[in-house]
Design a protein around this ligand. Sequence first.
Ligand SMILES: CC(C)(COP(=O)(O)OP(=O)(O)OC[C@H]1O[C@@H](n2cnc3c(N)ncnc32)[C@H](O)[C@@H]1OP(=O)(O)O)[C@@H](O)C(=O)NCCC(=O)NCCS
Length: 209
Amino acid sequence: MFEISRPQNMPRVLIRELNAGHAEKIRMHFKNLGSEDRLLRFGMYTSDEMLDKYVNTINFHRDAIFGVFDNNLNLIGCAHLGYSASNLVINSTAEFGVSVSAEGRGKGVGSALFKRAAIHARNTNIKVLYMHYLSRNKVMMHIAKKAGMSIEFSFGEADAYLTLLPSTNNSIVAEAVQAQVADIDYAFKKNIRHSKSFLLNAFSFASTK
Ligand SMILES: CC(C)(COP(=O)(O)OP(=O)(O)OC[C@H]1O[C@@H](n2cnc3c(N)ncnc32)[C@H](O)[C@@H]1OP(=O)(O)O)[C@@H](O)C(=O)NCCC(=O)NCCS
C-alpha cells in the first residue's frame, strides 16, 4: 500500500476562501454553535434571527471569509476578516473573528484560520490585525499570546493587536499555494461524495430488481 505524504511546509488544515455561494453553509455553521459559543464569538447572546442578519450583511467583496470543511463538506470552521471601508483607503487595520464547531475543536483549525487570515491581511496591505474577545476566553488568549500580539484588557474584554510585516513574493506565493491545495482537496471530497451517492443509488436500484 502506498501513502501520499504531505509536502513539507504544507499546512495540515486546508482552508478555502468562501464567497456568497457559501452563505447557507456559513449560516448553518453559526446556528450549530451553542449559546455560550455564540457569546464568545459575537460578544453577546445571539439569536438565530441575529445570525441570519449577520450572514445576510456579510460583504464578501470587501471582507475575506475563510472556511474549513470536513470530509462530508460540512463547514467546521469559519473566520471573518473584516476590512472597514476607511481601512481600504489609508491606514489599514482588519478585524479577525473565528468559530470552530464543537466536533472540529482541538485539532488546530482555529489556529490555522488565524494564520491564514494573518497572511491574507499582510498580502492585502493591512498593517495591523485586530481581535476583540472576552478575556475569559482562554483559547483566544493562548492564540493571541502565541502570535506575540499586544493585548489590552478592559472590563472583562480584551483587544489584541498584531503588527504585520509588509507582503513579499514568498508570502504571496505561500498563500496562493495554500488556496490551490485547499481547492483541489475540496473538489476531491466533492467527487468522492458524488461517487458514493452514485454507488448507493446503483446498489439500491439493483436490490429492488
Ligand atoms: C476559539 C476557537 C475558535 C478555537 O478553535 P480550535 O480549533 O479548537 O483551536 P486550536 O485547536 O487551533 O487550538 C488553539 C490553541 O489553544 C490551546 N488551548 C485549547 N484549550 C485551551 C485552554 N483551555 N487554555 C489555554 N489554551 C488552550 C490549544 O492547545 C492550542 O494551542 P497550540 O496551538 O499551542 O497547540 C473555538 O474554541 C471556538 O469556536 N470557540 C467559540 C467561539 C470563540 O471563542 N471565538 C473567538 C472570538 S474572536
